[in-house]
Structure formats: C-alpha cells, structure tokens
Write a protein of this length. Structure first.
Length: 245
C-alpha cells in the first residue's frame, strides 16, 4: 500500500516534506480512499478465507462421513460373505458351526434341550440332471424361503452344502418337538412349482436331541447324519430319530 501512496505523492508534487498549495487536502483524501479500499480488500479476503475454511470443514466432514459409511457397508458385506450362503441367504456351514457351539453352551447353562435336524432333499440330483442347475438353484432358494417363513424366530436354519440343510429347534420338549418336526416334513410334501415346472420334492430327515443323544457339536452332527441316511435307506420322505448306534 505504501507504494500506492508514494505514487500519489509524486503526482501531487510532494517535495521536501511540503505540498504545493491545495495539494495537501487532495493527499489526505487520497490517503482516506486508499485506506478504505485496503480495508475493503482486507474484509473481503477475511470473509473469503472464513468462507473457504467453513466450506473445507464441511467438505472434510462430508468426505469423512462417506468414508465411514462406505467402510461400514464393506464390513457388512464381508461379514455376510463370511457367514451367509450366497445362493439362499441362510447361514453357511461355518456360521452354523459357531451358532451350534453357542447354543450348546447356552443349553448347558440354562439346563434346556434343543433338537438338531439334518435334512437332505430327495432326488435332487435327478432334478439337476433333468431340468438343469438353474432350476435346482431356484428350488434351493424356495426351500429356504418356505422353511424360514414357517419356523420360530428363535430357531436356526442353515445350508451346509449342496442340498443339505440343518435346522435347530431351540428350548424344546417331546410334545412340541413332534409337532414341529411333522410340520417341517409336511412343508416338503407340498407342491413345488419352479418356473412353471411342477416338481415332486421331499426330504429325508434325521433328528438328534441335545443332550440326550450327544453333548458336543461333532457328535450331534455325526448322529444326525446317521439318522438321516437311515431315513434314505428306509425309503426316503420320512423322519428318523437317532436312538442308538
């Protein structure tokens, strides 16, 4: 700013600390104008900086929020991939094993029982061979929907591979278990229509009870599997309760 004043002093013939007559007043006016302009520029710059800082802060907050949201979505997606069966949306084998351990610990603590059902679809290979894997996949998805919509919220349903499913009825006693098992197998005896194709699909089912038949996850799964294969040997489309080796 002093350079501007120096130029004005030169124009007004300032010399030896004196102005020609009348020029002093002009100089004072110029000084006032110059300083007013400088103040306006300063205020403009301060306002611009303040606005920019606020906008930068808002932008940073927005980006930070988007980053957190994207991270949360990614974490949720990875969690789903790690615990859910991609085709049906049910718990996968890994997640089911963890849930089974939790249920065993809880049942031991509360002195309650639960039933584990091992389900295998009858003639599923023939359906794939006859109509293709696309129809087979859609059938598995319909199985998941039908069973999930007909069990209690506290029960657990999972797909552990191929056409094999496991279902756990929690906190049960004999009378209620028989009712739940009959209801479940009857779900498979109902009509299945996939893409206009009427499929005859039933299930062979093996049932074990914790802690009556076994008190750890490996033995429960093994004995349920044994009972399920006995069901297939005896003609399929039925339930076998594990009773002994």
């Amino acid at each position: 700013m002093h350079k501007v004043l120096q130029k004005q002093l030169k124009k007004l013939a300032y010399k030896d600390t004196k102005f020609p007559e009348g020029n002093l007043q002009k100089f004072i006016e110029l000084v006032n104008i110059t300083y007013n302009e400088a103040d306006e520029e300063r205020e403009f710059l301060e306002h611009t900086l303040e606005t920019s800082s606020q906008e930068m802060a808002e932008l940073y907050e927005e980006l930070q929020q988007k980053s957190k949201t994207a991270l949360a979505k990614s974490e949720q997606r990875y969690k789903e991939l790690a615990t859910k069966d991609i085709l049906t949306g049910l718990l996968n084998r890994f997640a089911f094993q963890e849930e089974l351990k939790r249920l065993i610990a809880n049942s031991k603590r509360t002195n309650t029982k639960f039933a584990l059902l091992f389900l295998d679809l009858d003639y599923f290979k023939e359906i794939n061979d006859t109509y293709g894997h696309d129809i087979g996949d859609k059938l598995l998805q319909e199985v998941a929907k039908r069973v999930l919509s007909n069990i209690r919220t506290e029960d657990v349903f999972a797909r552990i591979g191929g056409d094999e499913f496991v279902l756990i009825f929690t906190n049960i006693h004999k009378k209620i278990l028989d009712t739940l098992v009959k209801k479940t197998i009857n779900l498979f005896r109902q009509q299945w229509i996939i893409d206009g194709i009427n499929l005859h699909v039933t299930t062979s089912m093996g049932v074990v009870i914790f802690p009556d038949n076994a008190d750890d996850e490996k033995q429960l799964m093994k004995k349920a599997d044994i009972a399920m294969y006995k069901s297939k040997e005896l003609g399929r489309n039925q339930v076998i309760y594990f009773a002994g080796e």
